[in-house]
Design a protein around this ligand. Structure first.
Ligand code: NAD
Length: 490
């Protein structure tokens, strides 16, 4: 609870355990990134709260897992309806909590959160299992899939409700019960979703949400012996800790991690469409999307022309108050994150790179109320070697680097020359070339002549340090269930 000396106007969140809102003794401050003011108190849950949530999820499992996929799907569809009914409130809340623009929350985050439930409500009805005959042995073999039990779901701050529902929906559609822990920096829309669960018909204990830090609540969830599965989205460093922590329990892990995604642009690309999309792929959501482009390799013959037009387009990408629907970008998530992103621009400068626009070059004209917010304009860098940390590490902000290349092989080698392998974008009208590159690039997702077009049936995830496992459609079904091979001698 807020201390008596503090204003009473904070939004105070509560955990959702066993179908009830439960208050927590201690809270963490949560900031509005566009004003730098504390406006919300998030429960600082620990082992006790996680234990209670896991116990509730365990109790709810037998009944929920015994329901048919159709019955569970009806509940998921009702929840999608309720998210749509509350769309505007969720949009405003997500924007305030994360710093993203209302336009991004309206067009991406909240519609997709509803769609995650709708998609898995239907998807789960269409899976089949395998069967094989062994007539010479008089045997018939088949496989069965069963829910795993209590699923631990941990999500990051960049697409808060979108990524949390991407986990909750397939987990419960396949008959598991869940304990979810959203990011402590963006917990509000998850709490709002909890208010809809009862009306949607989600039985008590099927979805439990425990708020708090990774170090306390997240660690207690990963280390809980009754949670056999963890689906995690976040940074590679945290994934390494989760892997170590869960190893003694042999947990099933899905890890969706960071990226350092290249765009490879050939001279025969449709330049207008390519520039429009590459500005979007570099800067959308303040560059705080794991799939954002952060290295742009351009064929030498069009390099100067591309750079000039790209910088001009980046300058038109408007940054300002998240509540103003005409803005393309809002504020970054936190002061610490803004400082980290700025430090990469300073590093590039110290290494002799050219900063064409953005940080240190262009001034933002912010409203008075937003002067202390964590804003940064889209920043384009060139003249930086691939060996620089700026070209190797995930920056996760509105910063992208442009560099020329001469041959297809060089572009592939440089595109692959980082420890990450999440996504890549290829721009060319040569059909043979885009197929060749798609095959050679070390990335879980390759987009050619487009970006962020998603069919939820397809596997989503990265290779190398960008992740382990895939989710989406059949892959989510496989991850959230255990398979058994059964042999019947007849
Ligand atoms: P983060 O790793 O700091 O935190 C992610 C979540 O893990 C949070 O809920 C946090 O509280 C929790 N956590 C932290 N330490 C933990 C621990 N020891 N045990 C258990 N849980 C712990 O990541 P972030 O800063 O919130 O998110 C940004 C990162 O997420 C970026 O690297 C980005 O690329 C990545 N990301 C990846 C995808 C993807 O699908 N591949 C999508 C979005 C974001």
């Amino acid at each position: 609870m807020p201390k008596s000396s503090e204003p009473r106007s904070y939004l105070v969140l509560e955990n959702y355990i066993g179908g009830k809102f439960v208050s927590c003794g201690n809270h963490i401050d949560s900031y509005d990134p566009s004003t730098a003011e504390v406006y919300c108190k998030v429960p600082d849950s620990g082992k006790e709260e996680v234990d209670a949530a896991v116990a509730a999820a365990k109790e709810a499992f037998p009944d929920w897992s015994a329901r048919s996929p159709q019955q569970r799907g009806e509940v998921l569809n009702k929840l999608a309806d309720l998210i749509e009914d509350n769309m505007e409130d969720l949009i405003q809340a997500e924007s305030k909590d994360q710093g993203k623009t209302v336009t991004f929350a309206r067009t991406v985050d909240i519609p997709r959160s509803a769609y995650n439930f709708r998609f898995f409500a239907s998807s789960v009805l269409h899976h089949t299992t395998d069967c094989s005959q062994m007539d010479h042995m008089g045997c018939l073999n088949y496989t069965l899939r069963c829910p795993v039990g209590v699923a631990g779901l941990i999500s990051p701050w960049n697409l808060p409700l979108y990524l949390l529902t991407w986990k909750i929906a397939p987990a419960i559609a396949t008959g598991n019960t869940v304990v979810a822990k959203p990011s402590e920096m963006t917990s509000v829309t998850a709490w709002m979703m909890c208010k809809l669960l009862e009306e949607a018909g989600v039985p008590p204990g099927v979805v439990n949400v425990v708020f708090g830090t990774g170090q306390r609540a997240g660690d207690a969830l990963v280390g809980h012996p009754d949670v056999p599965l963890i689906s995690f989205t976040g940074s590679t460093a945290t994934a390494q800790r989760i892997t170590e922590r869960s190893a003694p329990y042999c947990k099933k892990l899905s890890l969706e991690l960071g990226g350092k995604n290249p765009a490879i642009i050939f001279a025969d690309a449709d330049l207008e469409q390519c520039i429009e999309t590459t500005v979007r792929s570099s800067f959308s959501n303040q560059g705080e999307i794991c799939l954002c482009t952060s290295r742009i390799y351009v064929e030498s013959s069009i390099y100067s022309k591309f750079l000039e037009k790209f910088v001009a387009a980046a300058r038109k990408w408007k940054t300002g108050a998240p509540s103003d629907p005409s803005n393309n970008n809002g504020a970054l998530i936190s002061k610490e994150h803004l400082e980290k992103v700025r430090s990469f621009v300073a590093l590039a400068k110290s290494e002799g790179a050219i900063i064409h626009c953005g940080e240190g070059v262009d001034q933002l004209n912010l409203p008075e109320a937003n002067k202390s917010g964590y804003f940064m304009p889209p920043t384009v860098i060139s003249g930086i070697p691939d060996s620089s940390r700026v070209m190797q590490e995930e920056i996760f902000g509105p910063v992208t680097c442009v560099s020329p290349f001469d041959t297809e092989d060089e572009a592939v080698a440089r595109g692959n020359g980082v420890r990450y392998g999440l996504s890549a974008t290829v721009w060319s009208r040569d059909v043979g070339r885009v197929h060749r590159l798609a095959q050679k690039l070390q990335a879980g997702l390759v987009w050619t002549n487009c970006w962020l077009v998603r069919d939820l049936n397809l596997p989503f995830g990265g290779m190398k340090h960008s992740g382990v496992g895939r989710e989406g459609g059949k892959d989510s079904y496989h991850f959230f269930t255990e398979v058994k091979s059964i042999t019947i001698k007849h």
